[in-house]
Design a protein around this ligand. Structure first.
Ligand code: NAP
Length: 261
């Protein structure tokens, strides 16, 4: 029996849940997306790190490679179909397939309804909603050909209960749930699962615009009494991407420390 083995399965075989799967993760040069890229690589996946800023993409790719993982960096604006198609071609020529798409790129441009501009509304729709559609549209034919695939998208708890100052953001996050349920119905028989994660309030730069006193009030409202960590969302994505979630389709998984309870 080899070192570290349990019965006929080695410890490594038990623990590595995404062995040889190829994952494309948008907005993965920082925050939740970066934590997800690192987690997926640790679980054995080959990862395409997609984001806007070349230096941050390169840094994340280096972190994965330094830990012994495989990664490819791609400059992708989820609003721009040509950058998405280029990334898909690069992923296929480097890794040969696409097993998992994580739609994670997202922004906030908050304002109360009475102050919201058309530019603020449209920008959030273009990235958080159309961007999710664009990336999923670009990989669906590949997954259909493979007769397998997992589409994971990032919604938010605010899709479930609304949020002050987030008409645009809440609308997009609600739409991500609706699109995912539609894909679960359209694609389930073709071997493709589609699921959503709704993070609660997670400590990343996206919360920078929230005043300290409001953040404190949010922490008070969360039954667990704290903000979440990006790694705690990454763990949920890794589970949903893995074969351990083989019968989970069309699900909306809240990871928010109980904030909606
Ligand atoms: P983050 O730290 O700001 O990371 C978002 C990443 O997406 C950044 O690297 C950003 O690049 C990238 N991005 C923005 N626009 C893009 C575009 N057009 N194309 C490609 N990439 C783009 O935010 P996060 O907190 O990790 O958020 C990740 C996802 O979780 C988002 O969908 C967010 O709505 C969702 N979420 C977050 C929370 C939370 O509390 N943190 C809660 C619920 C849901 P730049 O920084 O260079 O612009």
């Amino acid at each position: 029996m080899s070192q570290g083995s349990v019965g006929v399965l080695s410890i490594q075989e038990i623990r590595v849940r995404l062995r040889d799967k190829v994952a494309v993760i948008t907005g993965s040069a920082r925050g939740i997306g970066q934590a997800t890229a690192l987690k997926f690589a640790r679980e054995g996946a080959k990862v395409t790190v997609c984001d806007l800023t070349p230096e941050l993409i390169e840094e994340t790719v280096k972190m994965i490679r330094a830990a012994g993982g495989e990664a490819l960096g791609a400059i992708v604006d989820v609003r721009d179909m040509s950058s998405i198609r280029k990334m898909v071609d690069q992923t296929l020529s480097t890794f040969g397939r696409i097993d998992v798409l994580v739609n994670n790129a997202g922004i906030v441009k908050d304002a109360q309804l009475k102050n919201m501009t058309e530019e603020q509304f449209d920008l959030v729709i273009d990235i958080n909603l159309k961007g999710v559609y664009n990336c999923t549209r670009a990989v669906v034919d590949i997954m259909l050909q493979q007769q397998s695939g997992v589409i994971l998208s990032t919604s938010s708890v605010v899709a479930l209960y609304g949020n002050f100052g987030q008409t645009n953001y809440a609308a997009t996050k609600g739409a991500v749930i609706s699109m995912t349920k539609t894909w679960a119905k359209e694609l389930g028989r073709k071997g493709i699962r589609a699921n959503v994660v709704c993070p609660g309030f997670i400590a990343t730069t996206i919360l920078n615009s929230i005043p300290e006193r409001v953040l404190h009030a949010i922490e008070e409202k969360v039954p667990m009494g704290r903000l979440g960590k990006p790694e705690e969302i990454a763990d949920a994505f890794a589970f949903l991407a893995s074969d351990e979630a083989s019968y989970i389709n069309g699900a909306v998984l809240e990871v928010g420390g109980g904030v909606t309870v």
